[in-house]
Design a protein around this ligand. Structure first.
Ligand code: UDP
Length: 350
């Protein structure tokens, strides 16, 4: 069955064009399609009640004074300041919360909120998360917050060289906090089959007692580079999509991605069975074991998927791709705006 799924996925796989962020272009088209008849002022006014207001006027970037998460705004602004001189005048409602804002089922009017992550149930328009530059969660290893994707690309891919496939431990690895209960199955499996799985909960800011780490003391945090020691790495959603995902591929380990609801802009460019192993969030411990053992017994196949996953991220999620995505997204967005954008004097220059 797994064998058949892999064969089919590879037979149907068409690699995307590796230039000008083309691998991610469909996501822009799809996210903007609900607004294909144009974005009016009323829609923007709704959007901005749920986000931070930005304007680009005469090539300069402006923002409302308050920003709920200053380092997230800085992470976003890193790209916007660089792009602003080449963009037309526009205004944007950029949501820096974890959650998307405009659920289709709520029956409200569509509103163009830009968010880093969403499910298909939302009208939110995905933008590259702040943490490509800065503002990701702060953990002891990354006290100023996870960011600098440019640096992580280099340091994690270097670590992958130190741990080539044949040297990696034949074990599943996961470290992270309990931001979603979907992670419990793997943590419990680690407790019953420690030789197969090393998965432990770490603390996060909400941690109060061992109950928050599923009745075990919190584990120490482990850097992305250290993850490269292991052949199999699990990714789970957290509150929304987890920033972990893109980093795991850089280890050239086999990524098991649990659930496919929560997206970031680059997720659709990664294909199940081609670049990673898809796992249902409902999978119980026996099912998880079945997948792990399959790849332990089909080691060459596991390595092929791991290598393709690495290459896809390495080639198509460069800093240039992120900048390119922002640029295309904003140009296409600006083309849809039907009203005249007037400079808001309450905004501050970034
Ligand atoms: N993280 C890490 N090492 C750890 C624990 C977490 O590098 O030991 C990273 C993790 O990959 C993620 C971030 O810290 O990018 C927050 O992880 P957590 O599991 O707390 O929350 P998530 O964002 O995944 O829901």
């Amino acid at each position: 069955m797994i064998n058949k799924d892999i064969k089919e996925a590879i037979a149907n796989y068409k690699p995307c064009e590796n230039s000008n962020c083309k691998c991610h272009e469909d996501v822009i088209n799809q996210d903007l399609s609900p607004f294909k008849d144009g974005i009016n002022k009323e829609q923007f006014d709704i959007a901005v009640t749920r986000a931070t207001k930005y304007q680009i006027i005469d090539g300069k970037l402006y923002r409302q004074k308050d920003c709920h998460f200053p380092s997230r705004c800085t992470g976003v602004e890193h790209y916007l300041v660089a792009l602003a001189p080449k963009l037309p005048n526009m205004e944007l409602a950029i949501n820096t919360r974890d959650w998307p804002q405009i659920n289709q089922a709520w029956g409200r009017q569509k509103a163009p909120v830009l968010s880093f992550s969403k499910t298909k149930e939302y009208y939110d328009i995905m933008y590259p998360a702040w943490s490509f530059w800065e503002g990701g969660p702060a953990i002891s290893l990354y006290p100023t917050g996870i960011g600098r994707w440019d640096k992580h690309r280099l340091s994690i891919s270097e670590a992958a060289k130190k741990w080539p496939w044949s040297e990696k431990k034949n074990q599943v690895f996961f470290r992270g906090s309990r931001t979603s209960e979907e992670r419990d199955a793997l943590i419990l499996l680690s407790r019953s089959r420690p030789e197969l799985v090393d998965a432990q909960y770490t603390k996060n800011q909400a941690w109060k007692s061992d109950a928050d780490t599923l009745y075990a003391p919190p584990a120490s945090e482990v850097s992305f580079e250290e993850h490269c020691k292991y052949k199999y790495l699990f990714n789970y959603r957290g509150v929304a999509a987890s920033f972990r995902f893109k980093h795991l591929f850089l280890c050239k380990s086999l990524v098991f991605h649990v659930g496919n609801d929560w997206l970031e802009f680059f997720y659709p460019s990664l294909k199940p069975w081609v670049h990673y192993v898809p796992i249902s969030p409902k999978a119980n411990q026996e099912e998880i074991i079945k997948y792990i053992e399959y790849f332990q017994q089909n080691d060459a196949l596991a390595k092929e998927i791991a290598d393709r996953g690495f290459q896809q991220i390495w080639d198509n999620l460069t800093v240039k791709d992120v900048r390119c995505y922002w640029r295309k997204l904003l140009k296409n967005y600006a083309n849809l705006v039907k009203y005249e954008v007037k400079k808001d004097i309450d905004l501050i220059k970034v």
